[in-house]
Design a binder for this molecule. Structure first.
Ligand code: SF4
Length: 316
């Protein structure tokens, strides 16, 4: 059964547990990459919500050696959550934006740790050459690989408005080139852009359902200090969603997503020191519970709008 009987959606955490037989945590590392929407290749200003303040134009950034980051991250997750296996998550910036030899070396070093089962690689759709896709395909023959494509909105008007520096066509081309190569594909989405109605967001769910996407990450648009979006908030050009509206929209969205797609994230948070809006002050779990409670209240679940019927409740 793909749909978790209590959560009412196909949880990625449960998927990893089924696949690897134990609790698996993602350990975030910084591979020292940059972003074409910051270094001038696509633009200098970045996405309006981007908080990559340590960005240095013109080249790779200095970071703590990967092995040190990995040891610290693994120790943290092992102690705090009791995780036994780990996926190394290259999260910051565009983690395929570099020479293929550099990527090969980084991914190889990440996978050398005996308790690491795979890698998750976050990137933009316009940073994927065929050589890079070949590399990921090669690694995926023996290890778990998840390619995380930042899209944010399936709408060219919104992508232009948020200064994304790529369009929906770039995403569809990247997806087409990446699909069927033996690794998973996750897509990142955000809800709550200025001018984005719930109907517009839900259209994304219908479009996404027909694509070769294995998992989704969704979060609310939130402004952090120092970003263009924070400025927009101050002058009233960005009005954040209310907590209730966001929960309702996500539940509507989940009802339209096929049960085969795993859900990796439904909420984003920023440290209080830099958070500007919205100020929901929720822990990650609290948002998950809000969504689960709303699905339970409605008597629906992920995919309900595609295949209504009964939610089988049994062992997961
Ligand atoms: S693609 Fe990512 S790193 Fe680049 S500007 Fe946008 S949010 Fe920032």
């Amino acid at each position: 059964m793909l749909i978790h009987p209590e959560l009412r959606f196909n949880s990625y955490g449960a998927y990893l547990r089924r696949r690897f037989g134990c609790r698996v945590s993602k350990v975030v590392v910084d591979g020292g990459f940059t972003c074409p929407n910051r270094d001038g290749t696509r633009g200098f200003d970045g996405c309006i919500f981007c908080d990559n303040r340590s960005f240095s134009p013109g080249g790779a950034r200095q970071t703590v050696p990967l092995e040190e980051q990995l040891e610290a991250g693994i120790a943290y997750h092992r102690t705090r959550l009791g995780s036994r296996k780990f996926i190394v998550y290259f999260q910051k910036y565009s983690n395929t934006y570099g020479p293929v030899d550099k990527l090969r070396d980084l991914y190889r070093r990440a996978l050398a740790h005996p308790d690491v089962v795979g890698v998750s690689i976050g990137t933009r759709p316009d940073c994927l050459s065929s050589e890079i896709l070949d590399l990921l395909q090669e690694i995926a023959r023996t290890r778990y690989v998840c390619l995380e494509l930042g899209l944010q909105a399936m709408d060219d008007e919104i992508l232009a408005q948020i200064n994304r520096g790529h369009g929906v066509g770039d995403y569809l081309r990247a997806l087409d080139a990446a699909a069927g190569r033996g690794f998973q594909i996750c897509t990142h989405l955000i809800h709550g852009f200025p001018g984005e109605t719930r109907e517009r967001f839900l259209k994304t769910a219908s479009l996404m359902s027909a694509l070769p996407v294995d998992s989704l990450k969704i979060h609310q648009l939130h402004a952090v200090r120092g970003t263009k979006l924070a400025e927009m908030y101050e002058r009233g050009a960005f009005v954040p969603l209310t907590h209730g509206d966001y929960v309702a929209a996500v539940c509507d969205f989940l009802e339209l997503i096929p049960s085969r797609i795993t859900i990796q994230r439904l909420y984003g948070s920023a440290p209080a020191a830099i958070r500007v809006a919205p100020s929901w002050n929720l822990k990650n779990n609290a948002m998950w519970y809000s969504i689960v409670h709303e699905l339970t209240r409605r008597g629906t679940w992920q995919g309900y709008g595609i295949h209504p019927g009964r939610l089988a409740v049994g062992t997961h």
